[in-house]
Structures are given as structure tokens and as C-alpha cells.
Design a protein around this ligand. Sequence first.
Ligand code: SF4
Length: 206
Amino acid sequence: MTRRLESSPRTIAELVVQLGRITHGHGYTEGLTPAQWSALRYLSRANRFSRTVSAFAEFHATTRGTASQTVKGLVARGYLNRTRAPRDGRSTRLEVTDNARAILARDPCEALVRAASALPSSARDRLATGLERLLGHLVQGCHKRQFGVCTSCAHLEVAGWRREGEPRFKCAFFGELLEETELAQICINFQPGKDSAMKRAFRGQA
Ligand code: SF4
């Protein structure tokens, strides 16, 4: 059987690079750089364990020094605040400000989000699964971390049940309970799990 030309591995790689290039080119708006947009985007979606300069450096595949400069510019412009992390008073956590949330409504990446919204949901699901696997292979090959969310993480555990029969979740890695809103936030300690506690709980097997 001959492989369709448009789905050859090289064509997929070129399409991904082109998408990145176009999105990067749109990133010089509102007086920010593409790296600063990336930092705001990441920090607005990262969980409390991952809102640090070093976590952003890993996410953005850059050095800690470069990430630090990016963050410094955003703090100076009032888009980020530095706070002390409650778990470890020596480290600093970054929080996006209301001004940052306002500017994120005009994120140049929204053009890509709109393009993705135009796809049928089944195509989006297949694309998301394929891109996730692609990213997994890539980060494994260069010993980088794969960021992800609690709902598909191997460290997610059921901590108990609420009165309404809804499960409560905790993170076995950090040993802390997780709020429902945190389950979909990006985490630096994500560990891909074949069958997460979330799926098991909703099948009544946890
Ligand atoms: S369950 Fe996984 S993704 Fe969620 S906080 Fe813990 S390590 Fe991070």
C-alpha cells in the first residue's frame, strides 16, 4: 500500500515547523516579544508547582538566564508579580496580574486557536492525540520534560469522595490535595499515565 503523500512524516514535520514559524511571526504585538507572550500564556495556565522561572525555561526550551530576562521585562511592565512560594520560602512564584489577563484576550496565538476551532471535533481529537505523541517522542529523545495536566498524569490519586459522590483528587508526587480547577493546569512534574486515576474513578474502580 502506498503512503499518502500529505501524511508522510516529513510533510508532518514541515507543517508543524511552518505553524510555529507563522505563530512566532505574529508574536510582536502590544510591545511584547514572542518569548514574553509565551511566558504569559504558560504562567496563566501553569499550576502552583510550576509557576517559576526555571519551569518556564524548561517549557520554553531555553536557558534559565534567558527565561529570567523575559520574566524581568514582564515584571517591570506590571504583567507579572513575584511572590514567595508557601512550600519553600526561598523560591519565588510568578503570578499573572489582571493587566496580563486583559492583554491575553488579545493574544496573537488566538488566530491559531480560531483555526483549530474551525476543525470538526473528531479531527481535533485525532490531531491533539497525534501531536501529544509527537511531542512525547521528541522530549524523550532529547531528555526534556514533557509538560501535561493532572487528568492524564500517573501521580493523580483519588483522596476520597465528597457527599455528592464526586471524587476528590490529590497529587502523590507533591503529597497535596488538588482543587478541581487545578486538574486542567499545566505541570512540570507531569508523568504520562496509561490509565489515570481520573478515568478509573469515573468508571467506579478507584
Ligand atoms: S498529579 Fe501530576 S500533573 Fe498533577 S500536580 Fe501532581 S505531578 Fe503535577
